[in-house]
Write a protein that binds this ligand. Structure first.
Ligand SMILES: Nc1ncnc2c1ncn2[C@@H]1O[C@H](COP(=O)(O)OP(=O)(O)OP(=O)(O)O)[C@@H](O)[C@H]1O
Ligand SMILES: [Mg+2]
Length: 364
């Protein structure tokens, strides 16, 4: 029997730290070596970081109370056949691990290797992929149902009724536009995700971009003209980025401010710049978009950039929204190495701050 207290890491032999410690130290993820009586004889840095700094000599049961893990190790000790099981363990958050236990034949005496691979990120990614597919299907289903209903009505009851035909054709055209906006937004998200690690480095006149966005919004809706007040610090330097993508960012943010507030209230856009804090670092452009609309409760703020997240789903849909605007905005800003912060108070309004990098001279 290996004496746990003298074995491996705690007591290096003249040939080095010993086989169990050599093996666990060669692994990047948490690994422990235990004896047939489940006493820990070696643990690598990752395992000590996960459980406890002082593991050598302890009974495995003291650090791993999960019954499935204990049953698995007992079976492996009894049969010698390696096994992998999936486990949920509670640390600061609940995490999913793949625990693998196997027997290692050693010259003096066999011991057992237990490894724990954290697969939470893969599981989360898989979950968010399937939620995304479910969301897209759901978003497409409702306009499709409306279209199918309208076609049926046009073929049947409204066949001889020009007034009803006009109404249903109008409905069909609105739903088709909604679907094509949704597909367009999904495509732009996919493209942005594919190139997120490449920062666009054109020189963009941010004041001109914001003015043109405000003009095009004013032309798009009768409630929008003359509501946006733009204040720009004189001598604004160009920001680094892609003009088309920054147009998309401010189009969504200013449209949100207009659309989620009443036509009687103004929306203010303030553009300022901040010089570089340290030599060599770049300056920043700060764009504040403030509305006096209905605002949102704090609990929503951290979720607004999730795809399809809307505070009031029905209302956003009625207004033709896809719920992808802020997800696209966040991706574009990530690509620009910029930032966005949203603050809101119910009944008072919403304030969105965007920070972009001033284009550094000499990089053109
Ligand atoms: N200025 C704002 N005031 C109040 N609520 C806002 C504001 N901006 C965003 N929201 C809330 O955040 C949600 C998500 O915004 P986002 O821009 O992603 O989607 P959308 O405006 O609904 O649709 P889309 O931008 O695709 O047309 C909105 O549905 C709305 O509930
Ligand atoms: Mg929007």
């Amino acid at each position: 029997m290996i004496d746990a207290n003298s074995a491996a890491r705690s007591a290096p032999t003249s040939d080095g730290p010993g086989l169990p410690a050599n093996i666990v130290d060669a692994l990047a993820y948490p690994a422990l070596a235990v004896t047939a009586s489940r006493r820990i004889i070696a643990a690598n840095t990752a395992a000590r970081a996960l459980f406890d700094d002082d593991l050598a000599g302890k009974d495995f049961v003291r650090i791993m109370r999960h019954p499935h893990a204990l049953e698995c190790l007992s079976r492996v000790i009894r049969t010698g056949d390696a096994e992998t099981i999936s486990l949920e363990l509670q640390f600061t958050t609940r995490r999913t691990f793949e625990l693998t236990a196997g027997r290692i034949a050693a010259p003096d005496e066999a011991f057992f290797l237990v490894t724990l691979l954290d697969v939470s990120a893969e599981i989360d990614a898989e979950r968010s992929r399937s939620t995304f597919v479910a969301n897209v299907s759901h978003e497409l289903r409702s306009p499709l149902t409306t279209l199918a209903g309208a076609v049926e009505t046009l073929q049947g009851p409204a066949r001889e009724d020009p007034k009803a035909q006009d109404m249903f054709l109008g409905l069909m055209s609105a739903e088709t536009a909604r679907m094509s906006r949704l597909v367009g937004d999904l495509l732009s998200l996919a493209k942005l995700e594919a190139k997120e690690h490449v920062a666009p480095d054109g020189a963009v006149d941010i004041v001109r971009v914001i003015k043109s966005v405000v003009n095009s919004l004013a032309a798009s809706d009768t409630d929008y003209p003359n509501r946006v007040e733009i204040t720009a610090q004189p001598g604004m330097l160009p920001v680094s980025g892609s003009e088309d993508e920054l147009i998309e960012v401010f189009q969504n943010l200013i449209e949100n401010a207009l659309k989620y507030s009443t036509p009687a209230t103004p929306v203010s856009v303030t553009i300022t710049q901040r010089p570089a804090m340290t030599p060599g670092a770049g300056g920043r452009a700060i764009i504040l978009i403030e509305d006096q609309g209905e605002g949102m409760e704090r609990k929503h703020l951290s979720r607004l950039t999730e795809r399809f997240y809307r505070v009031d789903k029905g209302r956003s849909r009625e207004m033709g929204g896809t719920g992808l605007g802020l997800a696209i905005t966040k991706h574009i800003l990530n690509r620009h190495r910029g930032r966005m912060a949203i603050d809101s108070t119910v009944g008072e309004g919403t304030r969105v701050k965007v920070i972009l990098n001033i284009k550094q001279a000499g990089f053109d």
